[in-house]
Write a protein that binds this ligand. Sequence first.
Ligand code: NAP
Length: 308
Amino acid sequence: MENVIIIGTGCAGWTAAIYTARANLEPVVLAGEQIGGQLTTTSEVENYPGFPEGVDGPTLMFSMQQQAERFGARIDYKTVDKVEKGDDGTFVVHCGEDELQARTVIVATGARPRLLGLPNEENGKNGLTTCATCDGAFYRDMPVAVIGGGDSACEEATFLTRFASKVYLVHRRDELRASKIMAERALAHEKIEAVWNTELTAYHPGDDGKMKSVSIRNRESGEEGSLEVKGVFIAIGHVPNSGFLNGLAELDENGYILQVPGKTVTKTPGLYAAGDVADHFYRQAITAAGQGCAAALEAERYLADQED
Ligand code: NAP
């Protein structure tokens, strides 16, 4: 019987591991399919505090892992299929044929950005990214495209005007889904050009392997064309990795775990959620790390209360 099982190895998971390990709880961290989480798909992180020169995503994540392991966290390279709670209040975590038992579980499985599903579409590589906050500064004085019509797309497009020479906002319909204020702000900006009723159909790298242009198609007229862009920012939503929870946590309509406001507590005592699997609003490495810390402290107090 483990004290704490942490599911996920992104910023939230490793921070929870550092805190619970330092509290002598000897956490087990289940790695999942993408060890290190979304930051491992980012080349350089310039906004994580403590790194004045920036740090590349995989290095940052490996440093967190080493820090957690130094205090006794154990990593297990398993992917969770299902979590159940027994009558005695403890959890059973199913990973294929294996079953692990724990008094508390911290879910830090993150969310994956939705992609378009086109050939040679690789997040974080060759001019394709899903995070303007992370990568926008690399596109100074270059034309870029943002795909999507929601708040994220409008926010990313507006943010990118600080760097890019031009921002095409490519949306599949002729009306934005975004809130009025964000839509108006984006559409009013002189650097942003909306490309309506349009879908992206192919990415074209240049000889250097970097993005050179994209093919587009008007969904109404069928007309095909292209945009000369150096970067494509996909902002068509995220898919939280919460499907294995088996009803132990309440989810919102998009699958994000609902936490008690201001905490990482879920509806099930002893089950905590931290980072992008619960937070669709901030979605930053540092906010996920903060929630990982909070979840660890809450799990620690829960275990202490059980012993009383
Ligand atoms: P979203 O609201 O679900 O919007 C996704 C957009 O992507 C929609 O415009 C959708 O088109 C488009 N889309 C989806 N699948 C597509 C596909 N396969 N091909 C092309 N386009 C596709 O997602 P979001 O913008 O990430 O926002 C998620 C939540 O976070 C929302 O509740 C939002 O309000 C919130 N948020 C808030 C802020 C803020 O307030 N600062 C910032 C960001 C996000 P359709 O419109 O045609 O469906």
